[in-house]
Design a protein around this ligand. Structure first.
Ligand code: AMP
Ligand code: MG
Length: 413
C-alpha cells in the first residue's frame, strides 16, 4: 500500500501533455493555449472618442465656465465607423459619436450633456484637459505585444481579446479521450428494472461527468462482466483513447479480475492499494500501451479516487499548470473520529460564516452513500496520523467547487 502523495508522484511522472489542435474561438473557452498570441495590431487602432460629444482643441475651452462660456463653430458630424473629413482648427469643434475617430487638430472630447447646441455652433460651459474622453491608439493592446501566453486557460475575457484581435481559430492542447469501463456481474444499464441481486451501473455516469468537468471526452465502454475474457474483450474497445478508467473488480474478491488483466503480457501494474479512505483498492498500470486507472467499485470511492488521482493527470495532459484543487483551512463544525494509517477525504460543505470558513460533514460517510457526495462542495482532508478532530479545530479543506461557497445546501444528517 502506498501513500496518496507517492501514488500521485508515480502517476504524474508518466504523464505527458497531449498534442495541439486548432479550434474556433467559440469552442475555446476553458481550453489551454498551445501557442503565444502576439498582437498583430493596436487596439484601439486609432484614437477615438469614449463618449458622444464634441471633439475640440482643449486650449479653446480654457476658462470656460457658465458665466464665461465659449462658443465654437461646429464643422462636421463624425459617426462611428466613418472617418473625419476635416481638421479642427482654432475656434472649431466636430460633433462626434462614441467610437468615432478623433479628427486632426482635436485633442479632447466634451460630453454632449455638458454643452448647449445651437444652429451651427456649440456652447461649452466647462473647460476640458488635453486627452479628456479620448481613447488612445494602442491604449489596450500594443502591436507586437504577447497578449496571451502559451499555457493560459482561456476564459471569456480571453475569448473577447482573441476576437478583438480578429482571430477566429487558436491552437490549444487536445482534450484527452477517456475510456470508461465499469465491471460487475451485478450491473444493469439505465432504464432497466434491476432484477433481485442486480443494481444500476451509476459509476459510468459519475465518471463521465467528472471527466467532462475537467475537460476530457468520455468514451463509454459500458459494462464488463466479472470474467477475464470479457474484460480483455471490453478493454480492447478503448482503442485510440488516451486513458482508460475501470471501476470495480480491483479488490480482493474471488471475481476481481482487473488486476489480473494488468498482469497480462505487455500490460503492467505500477501500484495497487492507496492509503486513502474511501478509495483504498485502486490499481494503476498500463494496458495495451495506455495508462489504466483501476478505480474502486463503490460509488463514492470511485469518485474520490478520480478526484485525487485521475483529475490531476487529465489536467496535466491538457497543459494545465494548476492541476490541484484549491486547499485552505476551515473550522470543523463537529467532532470527527477516524482510523489512523489512511488519509481520509470526508464529504463536507464549506461555508463562510462571518470572517471564517466552517466545514460541516454532509452526513453518512460510507463509500456507497452517494447522497453525501452529492451535497458536498468540499472534502475535509485528514492525514494518516490523525485520529480525532475536536469541534472548533482547524482542518484542511479541498474545494470541489471553487466557484461557490454555498449557503443553500441541505446536510443529510
Ligand atoms: P467491487 O469493487 O467490484 O467489489 O464493487 C464494490 C461495490 O461497488 C459493490 O457493492 C458493487 O455492487 C458496487 N459497484 C461496483 N460497480 C458499480 C457501478 N458501476 N455502479 C454502481 N455500483 C457499483
Ligand atoms: Mg465487482
Amino acid at each position: 500500500m502506498i501513500s496518496v502523495e507517492k501514488a500521485l508522484e508515480t502517476i504524474l511522472a508518466g504523464c505527458c501533455p497531449l498534442g495541439f489542435e486548432k479550434v474556433n474561438i467559440l469552442e475555446a473557452s476553458g481550453r489551454v493555449m498551445g501557442e503565444d498570441v502576439i498582437a498583430q495590431r493596436d487596439i484601439p487602432p486609432s484614437p477615438n472618442s469614449a463618449k458622444d460629444g464634441y471633439a475640440v482643441r482643449s486650449s479653446d475651452t480654457k476658462g470656460a465656465k457658465s458665466r464665461t462660456p465659449v462658443e465654437l463653430k461646429v464643422i462636421e458630424t463624425i459617426a462611428a465607423g466613418s472617418l473625419p473629413r476635416k481638421t479642427v482648427n482654432k475656434g472649431q469643434a466636430a460633433r462626434i459619436m462614441t467610437g468615432a475617430v478623433i479628427p486632426k487638430g482635436a485633442d479632447a472630447v466634451v460630453l454632449r450633456e455638458e454643452t448647449e447646441e445651437k444652429d451651427k455652433t456649440v456652447i461649452m460651459k466647462t473647460a476640458v484637459l488635453r486627452g479628456a474622453e479620448v481613447r488612445f491608439a494602442g491604449e489596450d493592446v500594443k502591436k507586437g505585444e504577447i497578449i496571451i501566453e502559451k499555457g493560459s486557460v482561456l476564459r471569456p475575457g480571453h475569448i473577447g481579446m482573441l476576437a478583438a484581435l480578429g482571430k477566429a481559430f487558436v491552437t490549444v492542447y487536445q482534450k484527452p479521450r477517456v475510456a470508461i469501463l465499469c465491471t460487475g456481474d451485478e450491473l444493469v444499464e439505465l432504464e432497466t428494472d434491476p432484477s433481485p441481486g442486480k443494481i444500476v451501473n451509476s459509476n459510468s455516469y459519475s465518471l463521465a461527468a467528472q471527466v467532462r468537468e475537467c475537460g476530457g471526452i468520455p468514451v463509454m465502454l459500458g459494462i464488463g462482466r466479472d470474467n477475464r475474457s470479457d474484460l480483455v474483450e471490453k478493454f480492447e474497445l478503448a482503442g485510440r483513447s488516451d486513458v482508460v478508467l475501470s471501476s470495480g473488480g480491483v479488490s480482493v474478491g474471488d471475481y476481481d479480475f482487473v488486476k489480473d488483466v494488468m498482469g497480462d503480457l505487455g500490460n503492467a501494474m505500477h501500484f495497487w492499494k492507496v492509503a486513502m479512505r474511501p478509495g483504498k483498492p485502486m490499481a494503476f498500470g498500463s494496458l495495451n500501451g495506455l495508462p489504466l486507472f483501476g478505480l474502486p467499485g463503490n460509488p463514492v470511492s470511485v469518485m474520490v479516487s478520480f478526484e485525487q488521482l485521475v483529475r490531476p493527470y487529465l489536467l496535466k495532459m491538457q497543459g494545465h499548470k494548476q492541476i490541484f484543487r484549491q486547499i485552505f483551512k476551515a473550522v470543523s463544525a463537529q467532532t470527527i473520529r477516524k482510523e489512523t494509517g489512511f488519509k481520509h477525504f470526508m464529504r463536507a460543505v464549506v461555508q463562510k460564516e462571518g470572517d471564517r470558513y466552517v466545514a460541516r460533514l454532509t452526513g453518512e460517510q460510507g463509500s456507497g452513500i452517494l447522497k453525501s457526495m452529492m451535497a458536498a462542495n468540499a472534502f475535509i482532508v485528514l492525514d494518516e496520523d490523525v485520529s480525532f478532530v475536536k469541534k472548533g479545530d482547524e482542518v484542511v479543506v479541498q474545494m470541489l467547487d471553487e466557484t461557490m461557497l454555498r449557503t443553500d445546501v441541505p446536510c443529510f444528517e
